[in-house]
Design a protein around this ligand. Structure first.
Ligand code: ATP
Ligand code: MG
Length: 340
């Protein structure tokens, strides 16, 4: 209930900021990792341009949105002019064939996913890579995340730590019914948009300076973010306070029954107005995170009755550890033990 939301954060919470900041620093991708990524992208470009000379290769996801760490894969989107009759599945199968010939490892076309992809591994670097075709929403939302990251470093700090926590606690697995990295970053942006004083603005509510039209949907927002460098300066909360408040919000304060978090609106909106109150197909809407551009898409759709419980227990566990534990950084990131 909301009663516990009124719990005062512990007076010594700031003591954990230096430890969290050095964790953040250590999670940043190494130069070696970045060099491997560049090498993979280069060999991929060579391979693709032989077959499709006009194809454009865009990076998306965490190798381009600045939220990547040394374990992140490489996400690539190919923009290819296709004859209308050629469908994406055929194109992906042809792409897989080409890449197999060029000696990439573990080449696999997954054509039935919501976003169909080819998965490959790079024999040189060992990195894995997901390739999608003509999915410009991913290109647009990657740029949006990157632009938010440039406004205030607290977003990068919070999101790196939350992603790290989610991986270790086993709640970053969409195929098992928990949330994607992308969803966690949106949760962090939304949270910082709602601090008092605000740490992030709502770029989609400002005069658009960037527009990309994807399948008839306009992805538009203010992208001159160098003008917003001081936006969050009034807010003096430390990263330890913010992390505690983030988990506390998702553990005890978020209204799971009625609310949707919306980076697009910079606020929560109601399930009612989105018609997300009843289950349709597999969309249960038990935790609602609106995609900023594909607004009919709920990033929480993968969560079911059982995993919503797991998620909420993990949020509570994290909030409680940050509130009461003597050495929270140890317990917080303790790997989840599937055996017990
Ligand atoms: P990681 O470091 O874990 O690889 P990531 O930022 O690459 O993190 P992913 O969850 O792998 O995150 O997603 C990669 C990209 O794919 C996202 O940045 C986003 O552009 C797009 N994406 C992922 N999931 C969705 C989704 N459910 N709906 C729309 N776009 C998505
Ligand atoms: Mg990725």
């Amino acid at each position: 209930g909301t009663r516990r939301w009124r719990v005062e954060r512990r007076h010594d919470i700031d003591a954990f900021t230096p430890g969290l900041l050095s964790l953040y620093e250590s999670l940043n991708p190494s130069e070696e990792h970045k060099a491997k990524q560049r090498q993979l992208i280069e060999s991929l470009t060579n391979s693709v341009s032989k077959e499709w000379p006009n194809a454009q290769l865009h990076l998306y996801g965490s190798c381009a949105n600045s939220f990547g760490n040394s374990h992140s894969d490489v996400d690539v989107c190919l923009q290819i002019d296709t004859a209308a009759e050629e469908n994406i599945a055929e194109l992906l199968l042809a792409l897989a064939e080409t890449l197999r010939k060029d000696d990439f490892d573990n080449v696999e076309a997954i054509t039935s996913a919501r976003v169909p992809i080819v998965k490959i591994a790079d024999p040189g670097s060992g990195l894995s890579c997901d390739i999608c075709v003509n999915n410009l929403f991913a290109v647009a939302n990657t740029k949006l995340l990157k632009d938010y990251a440039q406004i205030d470093e607290k977003l990068l700090q919070l999101a790196f730590i939350v992603k790290h926590w989610a991986k270790l606690r086993g709640v970053n697995e969409t195929y098992l019914g928990t949330l994607s990295s992308y969803a966690y970053v949106l949760m962090c942006i939304s949270f910082l948009q709602q601090r008092e004083p605000k740490i992030l603005p709502c770029l989609q509510a400002m005069e658009p300076t960037y527009t990309l039209v994807v399948d008839g949907t306009e992805c538009a927002y203010f992208d001159q973010v160098d003008q917003l460098k001081d936006f969050g300066a009034e807010n003096k909360e430390s990263i330890a306070e913010l992390l505690w408040a983030f988990f506390h919000y998702w553990a005890f304060h978020h209204d799971y029954r009625n609310d949707v978090i919306s980076v697009r609106m910079g606020n929560t909106i109601s399930k009612q107005e989105k018609n997300w109150t009843t289950r349709v197909g597999n969309d249960r809407h038990l935790i609602c995170i609106e995609d900023p551009f594909e607004t009919s898409h709920d990033l929480g759709r993968v969560v079911d009755r059982q995993t919503i419980r797991v998620l909420r227990e993990e949020f509570e566990r994290a909030a409680t550890i940050l509130q009461y534990d003597d050495d929270p950084c140890v317990a917080l990131f303790e790997p989840y033990d599937y055996e017990s």
